[in-house]
Design a protein around this ligand. Structure first.
Ligand code: ZN
Ligand code: ZN
Ligand code: ZN
Length: 372
């Protein structure tokens, strides 16, 4: 691992410990998943034997691992970071070891938001008098503000999924099923640098009215709007997520009019992203514009979600939120409209707030893509 990466993880650990000092919890227990990957770069697989980073504000971090995982742990950035690794053997009680690594007392501790319930309860058994809270209260505010490396990774993920969208006109044909189109798009996602396909939504015609429709045996017909929302994971763990709407031939005039309104709403919302704007303002802006075409009531979800080591993470662009947008926050802007039994549409870009405005990770044309 190069020294820049060591510095990056050391900085994150320092910020986490500072956040812990300012919080009311004695420590956080981080198990394999995005928080562990974020804090120490250890991309461990969650298994029945517990691996746990014990992070407190008063002592050095300790990674507690089953003995058989020791070499894997040391091969990760953990070794270069100089984090103490402590092992447990098959007959040991790992929960007791973890309890001993927390500061003594009866204070609350945070458990990883993604910790398995069996482990949460195992810890409760070892520390029956200490309250458990979610570690996300301490960790999510850090992950929400991306550092320079993370912004670069998200821009690379955006460029990669843009190349997939750029290839879709060569794939889509009338007469193929959504599932056939989806499997070809999945291959293209892997060909464009991603290590994993996270989701492929190909929603033609009335299927477009279901925001999380995936694919079906529906045969794509000329004139049907096709909502294509795709995303995957890049080698460093960062995610892509982008939606565009396609059509073989032309949709009807009413759809065209509605789509043009959606495009204005999405563009205005992206343009409004800057430090100081609130999340609530960003959520309401596209609703105001969609109301001009009486589409607001058909926009049935939040305007967007944060993205990073997970596709959906904080901040969530929710109505009424007074969270203030800061440089480094990265999230989707994805207004849509969904008319049951008829059709749907969504336009989605990942954007990053900069010191004085916004940069978009997705830069494919936003127009309805009509193919011959
Ligand atoms: Zn979604
Ligand atoms: Zn999204
Ligand atoms: Zn999406």
């Amino acid at each position: 691992m190069n020294s820049a990466s060591v510095t990056r993880f050391a900085d994150r650990l320092l910020r986490a410990r500072t956040a812990l000092e300012q919080s009311s919890v004695d420590g956080v227990l981080i198990t394999p998943g995005p928080d562990l990957q974020y804090l120490i770069g250890y991309d461990a697989v969650p298994l029945e034997r517990i691996t746990c980073l014990v992070l407190t504000s008063v002592s050095a971090p300790v990674l507690i691992v089953p003995r058989l995982e020791l070499l894997a742990a040391q091969a990760s950035p953990v070794g270069a970071l100089g984090i103490e690794v402590s092992t447990w053997d098959e007959a040991d009680d790992p929960y007791g070891l973890i309890a001993d690594a927390l500061p003594a007392g009866s204070g609350a501790y945070g458990v990883d938001d993604r910790m398995w319930a069996a482990k949460v309860l195992g810890l409760r058994g070892a520390m029956p008098h200490r309250p458990q809270v979610v570690a996300g209260a301490v960790i999510n505010p850090l992950r929400m503000r991306k550092d320079a490396d993370e912004v670069t990774a998200l821009l690379q993920a955006g460029a990669a999924i843009d190349r997939v969208h750029a290839g879709i006109p060569q794939i889509l044909r009338a007469g193929m099923t959504e599932a056939q189109a989806g499997s070809l798009i999945g291959e293209l996602i892997l060909a464009e640098w991603h290590t994993r396909v996270d989701f492929v939504i190909v929603a033609a015609g009335a299927n477009g009215a279901s925001p999380h429709h995936e694919v079906s045996d529906h045969v794509i017909a000329p004139g049907e709007p096709i909502v294509i929302d795709i995303g995957g994971t890049m080698p460093g763990g960062y995610r892509s997520d982008s939606t565009r709407v396609y059509c073989i031939g032309e949709p009807d005039a009413q759809y065209r009019k509605a789509y043009d309104c959606l495009q204005r709403a999405q563009a205005a919302t992206v343009a409004a992203v800057r430090p100081g704007v609130t999340i609530g303002e960003l959520d309401s802006l596209p609703r105001q514009i969609l109301a001009e075409e009486e589409l607001a009531e058909f926009f049935i979800h939040r305007t967007g979600h944060g993205i990073g080591l997970e596709t959906h993470e904080e901040p969530y662009l929710m109505m009424g939120s007074d969270l203030v947008v800061e440089p480094g926050m990265a999230f989707s802007v994805e207004p849509g409209f969904y008319l049951p039994g008829r059709y749907g549409a969504r336009i989605e870009d990942i954007v990053v707030c900069t010191n004085d405005g916004v940069v978009s990770a997705n830069n494919q044309p936003h127009e309805l893509m009509c193919l011959n």
